[in-house]
Design a protein around this ligand. Structure first.
Ligand SMILES: CC(=O)SCCNC(=O)CCNC(=O)[C@H](O)C(C)(C)COP(=O)(O)OP(=O)(O)OC[C@H]1O[C@@H](n2cnc3c(N)ncnc32)[C@H](O)[C@@H]1OP(=O)(O)O
Ligand SMILES: O=C(O)CCC(=O)C(=O)O
Ligand SMILES: [Zn+2]
Length: 476
């Protein structure tokens, strides 16, 4: 069990849950799971799981919430993260891990970027991964010629369409962009591989320009068109409107690439799927230019909440932590404490009210099941917000026998101590054991505060004496 910064935590495993569900507080209270039969859902008897009110609705015909592909761009967008340098070995490790996780596509840096980028692209193509390998290029024949020689399964072509980028980046007008896009797409298609055309900075581009170029490339058989929120300025409503409009204009797949500058990247990705997008770009931990893009883990959390069975069937969810650790180490960052799924406290419950309900039924305060991600749930106990139900569960885990009044009594002591400083798991366990043995020996009864303090002082002195005495017996 990992130590917890906020004091004692107790892992709750399946065995613990059985013990707790069979009789909360030793009072034969009914396990929460049995109460579900009292709901008015006529099908409730068919499933132990409560209905998910956030799942996609059958009436939502455009929605691809349960029918999407991930284009994992850690090895392209992620390489644009300020701290990223991936050597060949690291790129291969990341590509293999993402493949084992089950992403449908892996996008790699342009082979035009450098000689090593080209060699790495070729090396990853030769790994024989299940995921399709893409590379990402400018809308330019020079880049396209290099890309198609690498062995990739597809090429992602991009060019800025906003007035900012047309004026200050490449300096080309829409006529030139359209002509070059047609040339590049036809060339890539002629090589028998997938091709996607994307407009960079889509949300600050003219809608008529956008729809007209997407329609043109759709007509010549592009596999996907891409929308990019390059500066992270879009909100979910704008995303919904643009994707939905585009859905009615093109018949090919629709990819979306969302930067996180205003913290919208996951919500925008979800909304894009609701509006009919088919492919979402991600990177591990969201790394990329500036604050990066839609994070793989966060997106998976969000889509799992909508349809757990679908997400579980597609991806090897227990690999998520390993992949995030791999990438975090490679780019020398920590996993953020509030990261969905793998954040330090993602499955730790603290307040007494939460702890009681969680111990009865984890669904009370969890939308994600830690066990589906190979992770463990914790209940934090040694703090002033604790409650007797949480303490009782620890008493039972330790195999101690205390009645409810006694558990409440010792809980009051935990709170008193935790008002001064947070108590570690060891502190809590020691207190519970001293309390229990005092009760057993008759030296202590419920509510005898002074007797408990005396027993604790004696225990402390004995422990210090043991620590101070030499381990080898003296000869005298
Ligand atoms: C929003 C995004 O993240 S898009 C992807 C960004 N990815 C990359 O930039 C990949 C890494 N980049 C590189 O290694 C280099 O920038 C290269 C090899 C692509 C180009 O390098 P250089 O030739 O030295 O040009 P530089 O980087 O200074 O400028 C970019 C050039 O591409 C042009 N350009 C920019 N975007 C595009 C585009 N989408 N399509 C075609 N041309 C473009 C610019 O006008 C500029 O051309 P110029 O040489 O005539 O001035
Ligand atoms: O190719 C794309 O769709 C996106 C390119 C990119 O990284 C961006 O626009 O932020
Ligand atoms: Zn980007």
């Amino acid at each position: 069990m990992c130590p917890h910064p906020n004091g004692g935590s107790t892992p709750v495993n399946k065995n613990d849950m059985v013990a707790i569900e069979n009789g909360v507080n030793g009072t034969n209270a009914k396990p929460a799971i049995k109460k579900r039969g009292t709901t008015r859902d006529p099908n409730a008897h068919l499933s132990n799981e409560p209905k998910n009110p956030y799942a996609a609705r059958a009436s939502d015909l455009l929605s691809n919430i349960s029918n999407f592909n991930i284009i994992e761009s850690t090895l392209r967008e992620g390489e644009q993260f300020a701290n990223a340098f991936f050597d060949t070995k690291t790129k291969i490790a990341i590509a293999k891990a993402l493949d084992a996780f089950g992403v449908e596509y892996i996008e790699l840096t342009s082979p035009a970027a450098s000689e090593q980028s080209r060699l790495d692209c070729e090396a990853i193509c030769k790994l024989g991964l299940r995921a399709k390998i893409l590379t990402h290029i400018r809308c330019h024949m020079d880049d396209a010629r290099i890309a198609v020689e690498t062995g990739v399964d597809g090429v992602d072509v991009v060019i800025g369409t906003s007035s900012f980028l047309r004026e200050f980046s490449h300096g080309k007008d829409m006529t030139y962009i359209t002509k070059t896009a047609i040339e590049v797409i036809e060339f890539v298609k002629s090589k028998g591989i997938e091709v996607r055309f994307s407009s960079e900075d889509s949300f600050r581009s003219d809608l008529v320009d956008l729809l007209s170029i997407y329609q043109t490339v759709d007509n010549i058989g592009v596999n996907r068109v891409g929308i990019a929120d390059t500066v992270g300025c879009a909100n979910p409503r704008q995303v919904y409107d643009l994707v939905r409009t585009l859905r009615s204009v093109v018949s090919c797949d629709i990819e979306i690439h969302l930067h996180n500058d205003t913290g919208m990247a996951i919500a925008n990705a979800y909304t894009a799927l609701e509006a009919g997008a088919t492919h979402i770009d991600t990177s591990v931990l969201g790394i990329g230019e500036r604050v990066g893009i839609t994070p793989l883990g966060g997106l998976v959390a969000c889509l799992y909440a909508a349809n757990p069975e679908y997400v579980k069937s597609k991806y090897n969810l227990s690999m998520l932590r390993e992949i995030e650790n791999l990438v975090a180490e490679a780019v020398e960052v920590n996993i953020p404490f509030m990261n969905p799924i793998t954040g330090y406290c993602a499955f730790t419950h603290k307040a007494g009210i939460h702890a009681k309900a969680i111990l009865n039924n984890p669904s009370t305060y969890e939308i994600l099941k830690p066990e589906d991600f190979g992770l463990t749930r914790y209940v934090s106990i040694g703090h002033r917000l604790t409650g007797w139900n949480a303490v009782k569960s620890r008493v039972e885990q330790l195999g101690l026998t205390l009645n409810d009044d006694e558990v409440k009594d010792v809980t009051a002591k935990i709170k008193e101590l935790a008002d001064v400083r947070t108590q570690s798991m060891d502190d809590v366990d020691t207190l519970l054991r001293v309390y229990h043995s005092g009760i057993q020996s008759g030296e202590l009864a419920c509510g005898q505060k002074e007797a408990l303090d005396r027993l604790l002082r004696r225990h402390k002195a004995e422990a210090q004496g043991r620590a101070a005495s030499p381990s080898v017996e003296r000869g005298d």
